[in-house]
Design a protein around this ligand. Sequence first.
Ligand code: 1CP
Length: 369
Amino acid sequence: MLVNDRFLRACFGEAVDQTPLWLMRQAGRYLPEYNATRARAGSFLGLAKNPSYATEVTLQPLERYPLDAAILFSDILTIPDAMGLGLKFTAGEGPSFEHPLRTEEAIKKLRPADLDQLQYVFDAVSEIRKALTQDGQQRLPLIGFSGSPWTLACYMIDGSGSDDFRHAKTMLFSRPDLLEHILALNIESVAAYLGEQVKAGAQALMIFDTWGGLLPDGWYQRYSLAAMQKVIARLPRDHEGRKVPVIIFTKGGGLWLNDMAQIGADVIALDWTMSISRARKQLLAINKPLALQGNLDPLILFSGSKQITSAAKTLLDDLADAPPLNSGLHSLDGHIFNLGHGINQFTPPESVQALAETVISHSKALRIK
Ligand code: 1CP
């Protein structure tokens, strides 16, 4: 039994009493308790690869804030790691791969991710599900996730984070056959990985296409969106008698909203460059009444509680003025409040409290009006 199912209901455009809220990277470096656990684990990978540490940090933001979903603590780079690329985290510099894909020979040798090497992720999912449940009552649903095939390819080819992912884009423009080969393996790996997360207990799935927005129009649809569509086509959509919603997020993807609505996802997550209310109207105009997630600029959380409250209210007020998904619903239904990208590591933790209080009280008040 799920005690709080607002998030899952909102994913399917069902009525809820208040707008559900969770935050991308809600467990992370802005929380002192996260940094304490990470210090005990020795490193980020020590944390992510140990299911009981991963469980501990997944629950930390849920103890502090009235959030409506848990998200598995892991990383998108676990898949290339399990393809043999050698993931490492250097303090202060972020993740990198020891063996980036820079030659045709390396690319031809690549194999799909070995799921046995990802067992620690599936174990973490099961352990988190157990920790969320007491006496048969589960507090909150658990979201599983993966990177998109294109976003993973960016890191696999460039070998680390980058402003422009020059190596990946150069390969795409000059040797699309090699890129397509990598994408085919990533599609297979991502679909199998997400399928195992569902079997282990994930109740919703999110695909992070953080770097889809680097692509030119036309190339995005052909290389990132089409690959996500192939993943979604292979995902289990029912488990334990409940539907499993799929959320897609392309950073910078607002312009492609109508295309994103066509690939079989249940929810489209937006960054702050597109308004939620405008996205609602646009989707209704093409008769694709999908739920939306987002999209407060995470840096709003660096201003005072007055500004945070005002920005969150404006987002909700705008959506309340837009048409509902259907005539039986409130305009605020079919929306999951979130940030437009991951929470910044320097965010004051009290800002999240101000945001959560506003989302709850204002989204309730607007529904009663
Ligand atoms: O030192 C630390 O403690 C590492 C910071 C950190 C954290 C907290 C990294 C390294 N990954 C994570 C966890 C993480 N990553 C989650 C956890 C669940 C949650 O609480 O939300 C999730 C969903 C991710 C996903 C992820 N990792 C994405 C997609 C979402 C996004 O933010 O765009 C990406 C692009 C990554 C790669 C990654 N992992 C970590 C860093 C610093 C980066 C970015 C690397 C870069 O491009 O420079």
